[in-house]
Design a protein around this ligand. Structure first.
Ligand code: CTP
Length: 430
């Protein structure tokens, strides 16, 4: 069998290599066997380092993880129910340890029941051949490739192939994984696998999957580099209905996704108050452009998105188009009005508005918002207003707001001018 030691040396960082050798040492001491498996081995063939490392242990994985974490001063999180654990190294490399096992599904699409068994069986139960190679980390044959299913052949043929005929019955989320992997690697799903996927979709087996598992797959798709091509391929498989029954690949989605990339790129380069943007959520809102508010609400609840994510999706549905119409208008709009429209919205919603706006005027106003108005505060602080004798409450808030609007519109320039203006408002009960 092929030895990949040199390839590993070439493609993995020094710290990953040292870590894998350490795993080999510990397994020797414990009289266990350790194998690198899954995405890490697949990505090694493409010479891409994958910092999420999967290792299978012939022995007690949790016991093994504890030993490793102790030796390298790492952190361990154990999942006793599944006999698995995750060790994070001080360099933030994450290693998942599992015991070589056979998973039997109590009923299709349910969580697997774990039963200890051989290593080959473990690989055979996985999703696709590309994920079913292993590399020995053991003393004496470190770096040896273990390929029971001619995976090297599939990689040469650039094909995604299911390991067994019941793969998409056991776990329909693999339909989404397969399409994602196909587009990510630039491979093709081989015909028999494609027909198994189509059958599973036709029979609507995905309806028996716990929604959060499907949600996680949807999010992973939208976090890929080129999510549009995955969505397009899902449409070919009639798999968009897994996400929502009324979801269609609408015309112009490709352009919208490109415009989202541009808007986020602009934001990352130019916005003075950068914060990290959840780009996947922007793509998701764009994908749902033609679905109604209630359809979006149904989706957000059914798939148990977090509260903040749900609120952003729904605020786009409720206010997005209305706000955009005002921003795109040719007539003059004061900065305070732009601020009033955009400040309550999330950056994700605002960036989507920037991407879908067909007007340079509208785009320009959104850019101006990010550049100048977002997060702007008056020079006078709350204490200055309190010192005028105004008590906390709606009147107080109104004064602060009006003061800020005048500052945004360039009418109040100095702190003194702001306080003078606040004095007038304080006397005048609003
Ligand atoms: N797996 C599976 N069926 C699933 C999910 C995962 O068989 N529904 C297997 C695959 O063989 C996969 C391994 O479990 O390689 C680990 O899963 P995960 O970490 O999600 O996959 P990676 O291949 O590492 O994918 P990615 O590079 O996208 O993280």
């Amino acid at each position: 069998m092929k030895n990949l030691h040199d390839k590993m040396q070439h493609c993995f960082s020094e710290s990953t290599m040292m870590l894998l050798k350490k795993v080999g040492d510990i397994s020797k001491r414990m009289d266990y066997k350790a194998y690198l498996i899954g995405g890490t081995v697949r990505d090694l063939f493409l010479c891409k380092e994958n910092l999420d490392i999967d290792i299978v242990i012939e022995g007690d994985a949790i016991h093994f993880g504890e030993k490793l974490a102790h030796d390298i001063h790492g952190i361990i999180i154990s999942h006793k129910r599944f006999g698995t654990c995750t060790v994070t190294t001080p360099e933030y490399i994450k290693i998942d340890f599992a015991t070589a096992r056979r998973e039997t599904y109590a009923k299709p699409a349910a969580l697997p029941t774990v039963e200890f068994s051989s290593f080959r069986d473990d690989l055979a139960r996985r999703d696709f051949t590309v994920n079913a190679m292993a590399i020995s980390l053991n003393d004496g044959d470190f770096g040896h490739l273990i390929d029971f299913f001619d995976v090297v052949g599939d990689i040469e043929r650039k094909q995604i192939k299911a390991l067994h005929n019941k793969s998409f019955v056991d776990d329909p989320t693999r339909i989404l994984r397969g399409i994602r992997l196909e587009k990510r690697l630039g491979f093709t799903i081989e015909p028999h696998t494609a027909s198994l996927m189509r059958k599973s979709i036709e029979k609507e087996r995905y309806k028996r999957v716990e929604e959060p598992r499907l949600r996680d797959e949807i999010m992973l798709i939208l976090k890929e580099k080129e999510p549009f091509h995955i969505i397009e391929r899902m449409d070919e498989f009639r798999a968009l209905k897994i996400i929502h029954p009324y979801l269609k690949l609408h015309k112009g989605l490709n352009e919208t996704f490109t415009a989202i990339d541009e808007a986020c790129g602009w934001y990352n380069e130019n916005s003075p108050r950068k914060r990290s943007i959840e780009k996947w959520l922007i793509y998701l809102m764009a994908l749902f452009e033609d679905v109604s508010h209630d359809g979006m609400l149904y989706f957000a609840n059914k798939f148990e998105f977090k509260r903040g994510e749900r609120l952003r999706m729904l605020s786009y549905k409720k206010q997005g188009r209305k706000v955009l119409k005002t921003l795109n208008a040719k007539r003059k709009i004061l900065p305070s009005k732009i601020y009033h429209l955009l400040e309550p919205l999330s950056h994700e919603v605002t960036l989507l508005l920037m991407a879908v706006s067909r007007s340079d005027i509208g785009k320009g106003r959104i850019m101006e918002f990010f550049h100048k108005y977002n997060g702007m505060r008056t020079s006078a602080r709350g204490e200055d207003i309190k010192a005028l004798g105004v008590k906390a409450g709606p009147h107080f808030a109104k004064i602060m707001e009006k003061m800020l609007h005048k500052k945004l519109d360039g009418i109040l320039i100095t702190k003194e001018a702001e306080i003078e203006y606040a004095k007038k408002l304080a006397k005048r009960r609003l």
